[in-house]
Design a protein around this ligand. Structure first.
Ligand code: GLN
Length: 332
């Protein structure tokens, strides 16, 4: 069954979610990365990007925060774009670890496999695979250009965050060298770790994240710029990765209660992808004990529930999108 949703309903749901969740308390900023501990905990924004390029926003959607683990999604996509999905599967894997994002135990348990590019181990391995191999500058350019194409606008590195993470990422250093020991780092170890640390420190807005989500939802075509950013056909693979491990050890709870594949970051951002329907992002710094934004989770759940967008439901939603060019012509 297909049920149609109007844009007006989406706008209302976004505003309602904002109003209801804004005053919510609970959670705390990430404290293991000093820069994140000091971000204003009251920042809060929600953004929905639709396949016709319209973006519906509420709150602080233009504030650039640390993308953190959400950056694992674009890098995994870039590796699939450069090598094909099968190579990512064989060199990294697509299994949930059921353990925290920075688990060393997970690597020891599955020592022939970093499991998935959406946990720290697999993301560092993915960075090591990015071409051009051996060329730190070229790899960084490839990673950031791809991220900008997904988001449809320029992004900046948050230098202070990068410095803060580089000075405190001892656990990630252990992960990188342990992976090297198991033959799962495909380029220089320190370079791969540094690329991972830097990509986590990119600033991104909720609006940009929602557009990146919509680009994935539209099988690689950025609905705002119109550019085909990755080869059509990769959406099922990347969404399957997001669905299986987007919330780490709480992914099952998340899917059970929200019905939408989504990826979190300790910067407070979450991006959800509903293939063919929308990209949805929310941002608020206070996190629960698994490192997921309390308000962003609540906002996305509210909207998905209100609009009946649960992907496991027998009802599939389509949003009535209007061809903006046609409307503009009609109004001229
Ligand atoms: N840069 C952070 C880390 O490696 C990202 C973690 C996250 O967002 N879950 O610890």
């Amino acid at each position: 069954m297909i049920h149609r949703i109007s844009k007006q309903q989406v706008k209302e749901a976004v505003q309602e979610a904002y109003d209801k969740v804004k005053g919510m308390t609970g959670g705390a900023n990430a404290n293991y990365i000093p820069y994140l501990a000091n971000i204003d905990p009251n920042l809060f924004g929600i953004s929905v990007a639709l396949p016709d390029g319209e973006v519906i926003e509420a709150g602080d959607t233009e504030y650039a925060f640390g993308i953190e683990s959400v950056s694992k999604v674009p890098t995994a996509l870039l590796v699939m774009k450069q090598y094909g999905a099968n190579e990512l599967l064989s060199k990294i894997g697509a299994d949930a670890t059921g353990l925290p994002f920075n688990s060393i135990f997970a690597i020891l348990l599955e020592n022939d496999h970093p499991s998935t590019p959406l946990v720290n181990a697999g993301a560092i391995a993915a960075d090591s695979m990015v071409k051009p191999i051996g060329n730190s500058f070229g790899k960084w350019k490839a990673i950031t250009s791809f991220l900008e194409e997904l988001c449809g606008s320029p992004l900046n590195l948050i230098n202070e965050l990068y410095k803060s993470e580089s000075e405190t990422n001892f656990n990630n250093r252990s992960i990188a060298w342990l992976l090297k020991n198991y033959g799962r780092i495909y380029d220089d170890v320190e370079m791969s770790l540094d690329l991972y640390t830097r990509q986590c420190s990119m600033g991104v807005t909720a609006k940009q994240l929602s557009i990146a989500g919509a680009t994935i939802a539209c099988d690689g075509r950025n609905p705002v710029t119109g550019k085909q950013v990755f080869p059509a056909g990769l959406t099922p693979q990347i969404v399957s990765l997001i669905a299986t491990v987007g919330f780490y050890e709480h992914t099952g709870d998340w899917l059970f209660t929200s019905g939408i594949p989504a990826k979190t970051g300790v910067g407070g951002g979450i991006v959800g992808v509903l293939p063919g329907v929308m990209g949805i992002a929310a941002f608020a710094p206070p996190l629960d004990d698994a490192g997921n934004s309390v308000k962003a989770q609540a906002a996305i759940k509210y909207i998905v529930n209100k609009l009946g967008l649960n992907i496991f439901s027998d009802k599939h939603a389509t949003i009535e999108t209007v061809d903006r060019k046609q409307t503009e012509q009609a109004m001229a």
